[in-house]
Design a protein around this ligand. Structure first.
Ligand code: NHR
Ligand code: GAR
Length: 223
């Protein structure tokens, strides 16, 4: 069968992008990255892509009048690669319904909270303010409603009394780099699917998201 392909959308430093690049190199993910696309010309992640000779494309949000025309440009660019999967890796722009329906069931995002808690921005601050004992990150399929698509896997970290926004973000980010490549590999290997808005892993409905905790994978039957 032909090699599967991934397009990755970024806005910033691209450490998740780097983890995915590394997982492709290590053959943990059996796919190639056709392009990395940024909405900002200054995203550091573009340099990570260029260093690996991956096509690095800027579709600058400042050059478009509105969300509809921006998303149309994004759709046209992505369509040229016909990717099997679109990965949002620190992509900071809300995508229109048109974009989501065009690529239905084939967009993954990583969000820095234990969804459904703390949707939107500044999640680490919100977790500290709410005095949470546990915080983390979630990989989910992207749907029309922001940060609300079906969750595939979560990673949990304890919140420490000494944590600041930055220290908490760093611990969460470290685990993002573990669970995101894992979920992407499942998808590429055909093990992960969306059916009727439910997540299927190995043809079984996930009653709850898979959980990565203390370096172990826990599936719903067990927790
Ligand atoms: N698009 C849809 N339709 N659904 C989702 O679940 C999406 C999405 C696009 C991005 C990532 C998301 C996150 O994980 C994501 C999920 C950006 C914002 C935001 O408010 C919110 C959530 C996410 C990404 N963006 C502002 C905007 O007006 C801009 C903020 C900025 O540039 O700093 O687009 O958290
Ligand atoms: C990550 O923590 C990711 O979960 C978060 O931004 C960071 C990107 O880091 N994503 C969002 O907040 C999406 N709105 P990276 O660029 O180093 O991968």
């Amino acid at each position: 069968m032909a090699q599967k392909t991934i397009v990755i959308l970024i806005s910033g430093s691209g450490t998740n992008l780097q983890a995915i690049i590394d997982a492709v190199k290590a053959e943990q993910i059996d796919a190639s990255i056709s392009a990395v696309i940024s909405n900002r010309a200054d995203a550091k992640g573009l340099e990570r892509a260029r260093q690996q000779h991956i096509n690095a494309v800027v579709i600058d949000q400042n050059k478009y009048q509105d969300r509809v025309s921006y998303d149309q440009a994004l759709i046209s660019e992505i369509d040229t690669y016909k990717p099997d999967l679109i990965v949002l890796a620190g992509f900071m722009r809300i995508l229109s319904d048109e974009f989501i329906s065009h690529f239905q069931h084939s967009i993954l995002n990583i969000h820095p909270s234990l969804l459904p808690e703390f949707k939107g921005l500044h999640t680490h601050r919100k977790a500290l303010e709410a005095s949470k004992q546990q915080h983390g990150a979630s990989v989910h399929f992207v749907s029309n409603e922001l940060d609300s698509g079906p969750v595939v896997i979560q990673a949990e970290v304890p919140v420490l009394a000494t944590d600041t926004e930055a220290s908490l973000a760093e611990r969460v980010l470290h685990l993002e780099h573990v669970i995101y490549p894992m979920a992407i590999a499942w998808y590429i290997d055909g093990r992960l699917k969306l059916n009727d808005n439910k997540v299927l892993l190995d043809n079984k409905v996930l009653r709850r998201p898979a959980l990565w905790k203390a370096d172990q994978l826990i599936l719903s039957e067990q927790h």
